[in-house]
Design a binder for this molecule. Structure first.
Ligand SMILES: C[S@@+](CC[C@H](N)C(=O)[O-])C[C@H]1O[C@@H](n2cnc3c(N)ncnc32)[C@H](O)[C@@H]1O
Length: 258
């Protein structure tokens, strides 16, 4: 029930905010250009994260394996699945949403076929040990229990596989993260009449939480910081000053079994 409420409210908010497009070119241009012009700042950050993933993670792995089995968890419209398929990988996109604008239904816009499953990432309908790479793309922070979610991802990951967390907000000080969550819920309540908190998500990461997860799950993390352009850096500083809290960072976090 809570998941149904989450997807209903999530879809309402995303539609109202203007995510998605009826033009297929929009999806094919992601993450490098936002052809709707609605969220250029967000896609500037996202394209930097993606390029960091390519340079620091994909290219070194591709040097050993040209075709990897990849699972894109919380794939949404599947832009990352599209990019990885175009690089020659065999990708499975998984999400709660089948929505044609903002969920797996948007796969119809790509020039490649992408396998997809509507499923919760805490309960993957997949056998063990099958992926070389599992990526949470702007999706891990919706998890209600990072340890449980990551354990399930590790179940489907091969022993020497790689886990990546992309574009989930990270704060050094957890009180900054808690304030971000309160601001967001107040904004949603004022605009839509609901706080969009049907699922008790963890919402953000901290270095301390990552350390805890590393010991609990037997992982070693390696963190890459995407280089941001001056507009994004300025925007972050001004946003942080206005909100009187630390602005979120979006490192590319790579996990391997120890
Ligand atoms: C902010 S969107 C990111 C979508 C896409 N990866 C992107 O980067 O544009 C987060 C996605 O995570 C999905 N999601 C959240 N919780 C999930 C869960 N428990 N299982 C599977 N998908 C989930 C949502 O449905 C949504 O599509």
């Amino acid at each position: 029930m809570a998941v149904a409420q989450f997807t209903r409210e999530y879809t309402t908010v995303r539609r109202a905010e203007g995510w998605g497009s009826s033009d297929g070119a929009y999806y094919r241009a992601l993450p490098f250009r936002d052809l709707t012009g609605r969220f250029p700042g967000i896609w500037r950050i996202r394209s930097r994260s993606y390029m960091t993933l390519v340079d620091r993670v994909l290219e070194p792995l591709e040097a050993h394996s040209r075709q990897m089995a990849v699972i894109d968890l919380g794939a949404g419209c599947g832009w990352l699945s599209n990019r990885l398929t175009l690089r020659g990988h065999s990708v499975m996109a998984i999400d709660l949403l089948m929505d044609r604008f903002d969920g797996l239904g948007a796969r119809r816009h790509y020039d490649v076929d992408i396998a997809a499953l509507v499923a919760e990432y805490d309960r993957l309908p997949l056998p063990d040990d099958q992926a070389d790479l599992v990526v949470f793309n702007a999706s891990l922070h919706y998890s209600t229990d990072f340890a449980k979610t990551l354990r399930e991802a590790l179940r489907v990951l091969r022993a020497r596989g790689t886990l990546v967390i992309l574009d989930s907000p990270m704060y050094v000080d957890p009180t900054s993260g808690q304030r971000m969550v309160q601001e967001r819920q107040a904004r949603f309540l004022a605009t839509y009449g609901f706080a969009s908190d049907a699922l008790p998500s963890e919402h953000f990461l901290t270095p301390a939480r990552l350390d805890e997860l590393a010991s609990e799950l037997g992982l070693a993390w390696h963190t890459h910081t995407p280089a941001l352009d001056w507009r994004t850096r300025l925007g972050r500083t001004i946003g942080g000053l206005r909100a009187r809290r630390e602005p979120a960072r979006f490192p590319v976090i790579v996990g391997k079994r120890r």
